[in-house]
Design a protein around this ligand. Structure first.
Ligand code: GLC
Length: 577
């Protein structure tokens, strides 16, 4: 960024590459690659938004996900048996923690063989998934790229017969070790292999699975990294060496997975990937892999997710509570406060660590946890709108302050606050033992404290009390926030009346409404409402009316300085045009 212009550079090279952003010499940035073409783009514009729009115009944008995927996800490595999974499912409902998905880590498989189900621990997996579905859960399963080397295992045998796996430099089947022991690696860089892998997804879909979590797809291996000269089949059946394919291995696996879900499920695919390349956002979302339950990793979550957003990955998340090591009550309470405003909201932890489902500590923690998961569910329509917009503009959901307030240089170094879309500013506590923090409110706007309604002028630092149950959260004046009534999962209730929280000021807001899962919106199958307000006077206009279930009415909540009032009855539908 420079005072009157901004630029971006995108190096499109999949070989081993290097970036030095002023480390060796403060005055110099450089990038380089060991092989491949010197293929890079220079993107010019006036603002960071221009650059991001152009960059995602080139590499692709995060598509609107199914709405349930924006709910809360519970995971752990591992829930071993069908009883373990059902216990979590039931406990979640008993504790009134809204939850849309439970994730199945590697233990659901038979001997860690992909596209199999462990019949010892699951008598009838289809029935278990059916039960979960009836309770409102959408099951998600992990899939790794490493295929167990085992005679008689159909996935292995099919791949061998067709030459779908990587070869060593000596032209022998390349074997390394992953979860199942000796394993082989599909050449996802080849379209035939991708289409085979896409067909494999049918096994999960027929079982009742609603999304796939692609892991270990760097590819990771336990007996040292894959050597540079391991040979994969390329697009045109020629050879591509590991050193050139490594950076797109996860990308190509995600591509194959998405194709399978489009073909056999037909809804908007929910695919998580650990490894990605520029543009993978077209196929999958990412999570930040194996963090640790330490404060430094909670702090890191904010810049990591903001940077992913600035790189086209609007849909991303961290393991809430931390994956490795034992979490603590305080850390988990602070992490759920960041997690509830992260695009992907999933609690996940490793085998052997202290359990970290919301009820694993005490009543206080459970209540704090519930408060923030409930906040997430109230905000679902707002977050969904951010995604709708992201597909059109490339702008992320979770943003560094500077993306929204580029003229305010004070925002440039702030990495412990973030914006959610245009209207919400979160200032979570990310340090141990802290119960008060400084919050910078950007210049050029007025701000309301989300919890108390107090009003502040932008362009100043304020101190905010932040006891363990409070994450300082602010709403930009002029906002009209759409809110859902409390639900335990998406689809539990039909939302007939939408609540609008009007934060007195001047602003326009576009709200989208559709079926939340199909591709009809791409052909205009949605409703768009424009909410305009002028210092608390609200005008509602339905700009697009194609979805058959428009809202019946609106509840309006008006927030002026320190005063909030929720109307008792749904407001009349005001088609002010
Ligand atoms: C990897 C993943 C982690 C998962 C584990 C077991 O470490 O990153 O999320 O739980 O493998 O599958």
């Amino acid at each position: 960024m420079r005072p009157h212009f901004t630029y971006g550079i995108f190096l499109d090279n999949t070989s081993k590459s290097y970036f030095d952003m002023g480390k060796e010499e403060a005055e110099r940035y450089y990038f380089a690659a060991d092989g491949g073409d010197l293929d890079y783009y220079f993107i010019a514009g006036e603002t960071m938004r221009d650059i991001l729009g152009a960059y995602t115009g080139l590499t692709g944008r995060t598509a609107l996900p199914q709405k349930w995927t924006l709910g809360y996800h519970q995971s752990r490595w591992g829930y071993i048996t069908e009883d373990d999974i059902m216990d979590v499912a039931e406990k979640m409902r008993q504790c009134r923690i809204p939850c849309d998905s439970i994730h199945f880590d590697i233990d659901y498989m038979d001997a860690f063989k992909v596209f199999t189900w462990n019949r010892k621990n699951y008598k009838d997996p289809k029935k278990t998934l059916q039960k979960l579905t009836e309770m409102g859960y959408k099951p998600v399963t992990i899939i790794d790229p490493g295929v167990k080397k085992e005679d008689g295992y159909d996935v292995y045998e099919e791949g061998i017969k067709n030459g779908y796996f990587a070869f060593s430099a000596e032209n022998e089947l390349y074997v390394n070790e992953v979860w199942p022991g000796d394993a082989v690696f599909p050449s996802f860089t080849n379209p035939k292999v991708r289409s085979w892998w896409a067909d494999k997804q049918k096994f999960l879909i027929d079982m009742g699975v609603r999304g796939v979590w692609n892991d270990m797809n760097e590819p990771a291996s336990f007996k040292g990294p894959l050597p540079d000269d391991v040979q994969f089949a390329d697009e045109d059946d020629t050879v591509i060496l590991h050193k050139d394919a490594h950076n797109i291995y996860g990308h190509c696996m995600a591509m194959a997975t998405k194709d399978g879900w489009l073909k056999y499920d037909g809804r908007r695919p929910f695919i998580i990937t650990r490894a990605a390349y520029a543009g993978t956002q077209r196929y999958a979302l990412v999570w930040t892999g194996d963090n640790q339950s330490i404060w430094a990793h909670l702090q890191m979550a904010i810049p990591q997710l903001c940077n992913l957003g600035l790189s086209g990955f609007s849909y991303a998340g961290t393991d809430v509570g931390g994956f490795g090591a034992d979490t603590t009550k305080e850390l988990l309470a602070r992490w759920v406060q960041v997690g509830c405003l992260s695009p992907l909201f999933r609690n996940h932890s490793a085998q052997g660590t202290r359990k970290q489902e919301p009820w694993q500590f005490d009543k206080e923690l459970l209540e704090i946890y519930r408060k923030y998961v409930e906040l997430r569910y109230h905000l679902l329509p707002y977050i969904y709108d951010c995604f709708f917009e992201s597909e059109q503009t490339g702008l992320p959901i979770m943003r560094p302050l500077m993306l929204n307030f580029e003229k305010d240089a004070e925002t440039y170094e702030i990495n412990d606050e973030f914006m959610v879309g245009e209207w919400l500013l979160a200032a979570p506590v990310v340090t141990q033992g802290t119960t008060m923090r400084l919050v910078y409110l950007p210049e050029g706007a007025m701000w309301y404290d989300f919890w108390t309604g107090e009003k502040y002028k932008g362009g100043q630092y304020i101190t905010k009390k932040a006891p363990l149950d409070t994450m300082p959260l602010f709403v930009r004046a002029g906002a009209v926030l759409p809110l859902y009534p409390l639900m335990q999962y998406v689809g539990e209730k039909e939302v007939e009346d939408l609540t609008l929280a009007v934060y007195s000021g001047i602003g326009n807001y576009i709200h989208y409404q559709d079926d939340g899962e199909s591709f009809a919106y791409k052909k205009g199958g949605y409703n768009a409402y424009v909410f305009s307000q002028n210092n608390g006077r609200l005008q509602i206009k339905d700009a697009v009316k194609n979805y058959e279930k428009p809202y019946k009415g609106f509840y309006v909540k008006i927030c002026r300085d320190g005063v909030t009032a929720l109307s008792e009855t749904p407001g009349e539908y005001l088609n002010a045009e």
